[in-house]
Design a protein around this ligand. Structure first.
Ligand code: SAM
Length: 380
């Protein structure tokens, strides 16, 4: 979006057009009719319709997403409000948000925080979003690569992870670049990064926090200085928050499956904290490299979902088919770790016609492929 388009949207004419577009039937089936309805509005019509559609989607990210202002890319990049708010608790003073976009993070940070961005249109929308949410922030248009960041500032950054329309996994290609952000001489630092970032390649002075929301891994945040809480690796499960940190948990023992199996939350796995969970539930692993935790009883912890183990079979198509038929299996839920089996291919091969939804876990135990027929408990 250009700054001119942002100004047009935020003008009286733009606001009226967005109000009108928002009152239309925006379901996919009615999309052509909606486009017809905004055509008489001229240049602002398509922008208003786009904004109305973005606001519908934005409710999934922000409870007030339907009254905030977005660009398509800014909405896609915006942090979920629940995640941003939880993270903002680490800061106790105004923060410099380097690459603030339309304010997904900035508008959860302490009052008096400052957002910096190169993109003028996003800054105009951020200003308006601050007004809508009643947040006191300053906004500055600048290139972070040449900005002089005050010594001992508190800094947050959520660098863009796309280049040329593609998602980038190389932190050097982040914009602004990760190296630059990690080199800032600040009092406290938080940098949002891809959850799959290579921990080993990061300085040991940083805490790596992996965050999930309702079981979906959202991101990792690198914390340094006063914002670091002490641990080297943290898994934060939202809502809650439920926070698991690395400590000197013993290496879990490896043994055959027990009566219960836990699939740890993705944040726990990505933060390499499965040993902590195994200790907490008095459990063990089926394989030293695979993140399923076995136990005799389902200890109530928030770190994952428990499955009651009904049967353990060596993996073979014929054996599995026979046993699943005995369970009257129809729809098959497949969980897998440490096996190349493709669930879709397996379902086709099994040709199950029963009436019950059955869950199988495909994994390795003692170096052999196994299939566990399990019964899920409600998610934690
Ligand atoms: C991933 S978005 C930030 C999203 C934001 N945290 C949110 O939740 O809404 C990254 C932002 O960094 C800005 N940006 C990228 N490179 C920059 C640079 N060198 N200087 C200033 N801003 C930059 C982009 O314009 C974009 O708005």
């Amino acid at each position: 979006m250009t700054p001119e388009q942002a100004r047009l949207l935020l003008s009286d004419r733009g606001r009226e057009a967005v109000a009108l577009a928002s009152s239309l039937d925006l379901s996919p089936a009615a999309r052509i009719r909606a486009a017809e309805a905004v055509r008489p509005l001229g240049d602002v019509g398509p922008l208003a319709l786009e904004q109305a559609l973005l606001r519908v989607r934005a409710r999934a990210k922000h409870p007030r997403g339907d009254v905030l202002w977005w660009t398509p890319e800014a909405l896609e990049q915006a942090s979920s409000h629940e995640v941003a708010s939880s993270r903002a608790d680490r800061f106790d003073r105004p923060v410099l948000d380097l690459g603030c976009s339309v304010g997904g993070d900035l508008l959860t940070l302490p009052a008096g925080s400052t957002g910096v961005d190169l993109d003028e249109a996003r800054l105009l929308l951020a200003q308006e979003n601050a007004r809508v949410l009643g947040r006191r922030v300053s906004l500055v248009r600048a290139d972070v690569r040449t900005l002089t960041v005050p010594l001992h500032a508190d800094v947050f950054a959520d660098p863009a992870r796309r280049s040329g329309g593609r998602r980038t996994f190389d932190p050097r290609a982040y914009s602004p670049p990760l190296d630059l952000l990690l080199g800032l001489p600040v009092r406290s630092l938080g940098v949002k990064v891809a959850p799959g970032i290579d921990h080993e390649a990061l300085p040991a002075s940083l805490e790596v926090e992996v965050v999930s929301l309702r079981g979906d891994v959202k991101e990792a945040v690198l914390w340094g200085g006063a914002a670091r809480r002490g641990a080297r690796r943290t898994a934060t499960l939202l809502p809650g928050p439920h926070v698991l940190v690395d400590d000197d948990a013993p290496v879990p023992r490896v043994a055959p499956p027990g009566a219960w199996l836990m699939e740890p939350d993705g944040a726990v796995v990505r933060a390499h904290l499965v040993a902590q969970v195994a200790r907490d539930v008095d459990g063990w692993l089926l394989d030293a490299t695979i993140a399923y935790v076995a136990a005799d009883a389902p200890v109530a912890v928030p770190w994952g979902r428990w499955y009651r183990v009904l049967e353990v079979l060596p993996f073979s198509l014929k054996g599995l088919k026979e046993r699943l038929r005995a369970h009257d299996a129809g729809p098959l839920v497949v969980k897998k770790r440490g096996t190349a089996v493709e669930p879709e291919v397996l379902r086709r091969q099994l040709k199950l016609t029963g009436s019950r939804e059955v869950t199988v876990v495909l994994t390795r135990s003692a170096g052999r492929q196994v299939a566990l027929v399990v019964e899920p408990t409600p998610s934690a």
